[in-house]
Design a protein around this ligand. Structure first.
Ligand SMILES: [Fe+2]
Ligand SMILES: [Fe+2]
Length: 337
């Protein structure tokens, strides 16, 4: 990348389609190493200016190739995952199969926009407790700005798809409000929640970009933008946890350890399975749900793989006491031996 494109976010953003996917900005943040931690925050702040995207500037929503046609063959499921593994799915008319596929993509984006909203509210609460001069304050606002554009692009996709998506239940809405309050009261838990959404979404989008030769151009553009900016977000969340979890007292650390698998299982359920409304709308038989999700080993392995980085971080930060480990296993988040 030339110096000219480095300093010009517009031209930088326009060139991402052919670029390799970015990795996290990494730097070892040892417990007590304030300088390493703040150096990383400074790098992330600088990168947030150099490479950033805007929903209505950097996506050609009205270009012909970006049009969402429910009858586009792009939307059909592959035979090796989810409902594509069932005979029931392939017995449906082609039009229904495509409609369901687009519905699944739209739901994934819709859930993503809800996640970004909760995280953004949490980040604003987090920023509100930081003192003047804190580089984390600037970083939190960079992330809120980026998540706001992600929310806009996810919702724009949903609206253009014409898919009727279902919002959160009242219980989940209350849970989301509680999570955003962690930004002020228990930031370590907010950043576990952040990773619980960001790592699986990032995992799914990276795999799709690397493996699916024939992605819809609009989904590809949205995914590339998201993966690029999420690399910074997961980098910060991990660094924050490495820097701050060792300072927690015993009770707080235990609370965090036990809450982690609970949060991760809720998020996995929301993101990796169809909603009840979707199941009812298409009258998906229980047997097909079992084959595709409940009893599908590949599906469980994929969820566990998407949580691998959080699992390793929890291990590193000693957040796996017996009670927490039992919950990881009970929710099938822990890889089987
Ligand atoms: Fe995001
Ligand atoms: Fe993010």
């Amino acid at each position: 990348m030339t110096a000219a494109t480095e300093s010009n976010p517009q031209s930088t953003s326009a060139s991402t389609a052919s670029e390799p996917l970015p990795e996290e900005l990494t730097m070892a943040v040892e417990a007590g190493r304030e300088d390493a931690y703040f150096a990383l925050v400074d790098r992330l702040n600088a990168a947030s200016v150099r490479k950033r995207f805007e929903c209505y500037r950097d996506i050609e929503w009205d270009a012909p190739q970006m049009r969402i046609d429910p009858m586009d063959p792009h939307w059909e499921s592959s035979r090796d995952r989810g409902l594509g593994k069932t005979d029931w799915y392939w017995s449906l008319p082609e039009t229904t199969r495509r409609e369901m596929g687009l519905g699944s993509v739209a739901r994934f984006m819709f859930v993503g926009s809800i996640f970004e909203n909760v995280l953004s509210r949490g980040l604003l609460q987090f920023a509100s407790r930081l003192e003047a001069g804190s580089p984390e304050y600037r970083y939190a606002y960079h992330e809120v700005i980026e998540e706001s554009h992600h929310s806009l692009m996810f919702r724009e996709f949903v609206d253009r798809s014409g898919v009727a998506v279902q919002g959160l239940s009242s219980t989940m809405t209350a849970g989301a409000d509680r999570v955003s309050g962690f930004g002020r009261e228990f930031p370590e838990l907010l950043f576990i929640f952040a990773l619980g959404g960001e790592d699986p979404i990032d995992y799914a989008q990276r795999r799709a970009l690397e493996e699916e030769a024939d992605m819809h151009p609009l989904v590809e553009r949205i995914s590339r933008i998201h993966v690029t900016e999420e690399a910074r977000h997961v980098s910060f969340a991990r660094a924050y946890l490495r820097h701050n979890v060792p300072k927690l007292d015993k009770n707080r650390r235990h609370e965090l350890a036990v809450a982690t698998p609970l949060i991760l299982s809720q998020m996995a359920g929301l993101m990796m399975r169809p909603s009840q409304a979707f199941i009812e709308r298409y009258q998906i038989p229980q047997e097909a749900v079992d084959i595709a999700y409940t009893n599908n080993r590949d599906h469980k392995v994929r969820i566990q793989a998407s949580l691998e980085k959080i699992r390793l971080l929890c291990d590193e930060l000693e957040l796996l006491p017996e009670q927490a480990l039992d919950l990881w296993k009970q929710y099938e988040l822990w890889p089987e031996a």
